[in-house]
Write a protein that binds this ligand. Structure first.
Ligand code: HEM
Length: 474
């Protein structure tokens, strides 16, 4: 029956290869351009795998809400196979009882409001250290590598939640902690021909399998060591259990109620580090870039901070609720610069009809939130950075409004959203409150390079450099 229906439009592909050749370094932008020509539901082919690209709020709603249960799986993912014990992680887990149980366990035990609030004091302490070190650089009139500093702060915060301590680069592997996480993110997003052409996969022409196996070994020995350390030092005396303590407690108690051993713990720990670390840092990096490029927006935000927080104290988490303009700045940043512009790939588990078009079982579906965020039919004047567009309209960014989906929506929506939003609002608010920022060497706002670097997390292509000046009265 499906075969009789008309396929969605799409560009002309090459025999066998399909459409690989149409995608360059920033595929979200290439797909955006193609969808402007071919429409909001577009069919392309990577090798033998049909891929449906959705670029409208109505299309996204059909995939992530109306037919959520059909599209809640992930395609095979080589990187997770090697690094996360045969895709036993949540991010790339295939839909099924194991993924459902594990996701529920993480949501309840690791990413709940209760757990997040237990780490509030840690976040406060880390951010105070961060501000102090920026203040020292400001006094010396030094230029700050904002991207690098924010990534460092985010890594310190997530490592303390997950492992109970910070890690210096040298503790991890000779290449450094950050470098290993970055390589994992890169391999997680790379177009891996092996996933599309099984025989080519066996040849490993891109050398990816070799790199993935090596990363898998590095992560594994690092995590084994950490787990052993935790098991040795029983956590009874600890006031706050980190993620390793919590997971090992569940493992020891045998109460998980599903297959749950060290492999599963390790796979999920990789998830938490990789999904939690650079996502939040990248939102902050983009927000600071836009605030520096738009001084009137920065001023308005600082005014709000002056009124709500005051110049004689730093921003606290308890202030966040009242910082409405800050919330609008965060929404506007994620509209124009979604850190996961194509979300993560979804896969259909059954044949389904979407807007009259047949989508067969085992197809890939990509929701292009970058295209939705820049569609003039959805957002008037979409290229303009203007937080005021969210004034008095209650557009939700938490998965209820399909015009703005920085965290996805539905069964596969981001389970770390609450934590991510606290961190990004707190760090952006703090940076704007404590400092004025200027581009270095008299660079004009219009000269700041705003190019994307696509990956599992789509960040700035070039680091953001800026000069801070301290502005608080304490
Ligand atoms: C502001 C920061 C963040 C943003 C913008 C973000 C965004 C996203 C997006 C777009 C997805 C994919 C949704 C889909 O495929 O439909 C996702 C999935 C996920 N995120 Fe986040 N995320 C953030 C922070 C975090 C944090 C802090 C954690 C945990 C520590 C986390 C853990 C996860 C996990 C485990 C998944 C996979 C969910 C699944 O496949 O079931 N994220 N995130």
């Amino acid at each position: 029956q499906l075969k009789k229906k008309k396929q969605p439009p799409g560009p002309k592909g090459l025999p066998i290869l399909g459409h690989f050749h149409l995608l360059g370094k920033n595929p979200h932008q290439d797909l955006h351009r193609l969808s402007q020509k071919h429409g909001p539901i577009m069919l392309i082919r990577f090798g033998f795998v049909p891929t449906y690209v959705i670029s409208s709020p109505a299309g996204a709603e059909l995939i992530l809400k109306t037919h959520d249960s059909v599209f809640a799986s992930r395609p095979p993912h080589e990187a997770s196979k090697y690094i996360c014990h045969e895709q036993k992680n949540i991010t790339f887990g295939r839909y099924g009882p194991y993924w459902r149980d594990m996701r529920k366990l993480c949501t309840l035990e690791l990413l709940s409001s209760h757990k997040i609030s237990q780490f509030q004091a840690m976040r406060k302490a880390e951010i105070a250290l961060f501000v102090r070190s920026l203040k020292e650089l400001a006094e010396k009139r030094e230029t700050v590598d904002v991207s690098k500093r924010v990534a460092g702060l985010s890594a310190d915060m997530i490592c303390q939640m997950v492992f109970g301590r910070k890690y210096e680069d040298k503790d991890f592997d000779e290449n450094g902690f950050k470098a290993v996480v970055m390589e994992t993110l890169e391999l997680g997003a790379v177009l891996n021909l092996g996933e599309y052409f099984p025989y080519i996969g066996m040849l490993d022409l891109q050398g990816l399998t070799r790199r993935m196996k090596r990363l898998g070994r590095i992560f594994d020995s690092f995590l084994e060591k950490i787990i052993d350390d935790h098991v040795e030092k029983r956590p009874e005396k600890k006031a706050t259990l980190d993620f390793v303590d919590t997971m090992m407690g569940i493992l020891d108690s045998g109460k998980a109620g599903f297959e749950f051993d060290r492999r599963h713990v390790k796979a999920v720990l990789v998830d938490m580090i990789v999904a939690g670390m650079d996502t939040s840092a990248t939102v902050v990096e983009w927000a600071m870039s836009e605030l520096i490029r738009h001084p009137h927006v920065m001023k308005k935000l600082q005014k709000e901070l002056e009124t709500v927080v005051g110049m004689d104290q730093m921003v606290e988490e308890s202030h966040l609720e009242k910082l409405e303009y800050l919330e609008m700045v965060v929404k506007e940043t994620m509209r124009i610069h979604p850190v996961a512009p194509l979300l993560l790939p979804h896969e259909s588990m059954k044949d389904c009809v979407i807007d009259g078009y047949p989508i067969p079982k085992n197809s890939r579906v990509i929701v292009n939130t970058y295209a939705i965020g820049r569609d003039p039919k959805v957002w008037p004047n979409p290229e303009k950075f203007s937080p005021e567009r969210f004034l008095d309209n209650n557009v939700d960014m938490r998965g209820r409004d399909f015009r703005l989906l920085p965290f996805g929506a539905g069964r596969r929506g981001c389970p770390g959203m609450q934590l991510g939003l606290i961190v990004v609002r707190l760090v952006i608010g703090q940076m704007a409150h404590c400092f004025d920022w200027e581009l270095p060497n008299g660079m004009l706002a219009s000269e700041l390079d705003m190019e994307d670097h696509f990956g599992s997390v789509t960040c700035r292509n070039k680091h953001l450099l800026a000069n801070p000046t301290y502005r608080l009265h304490i």
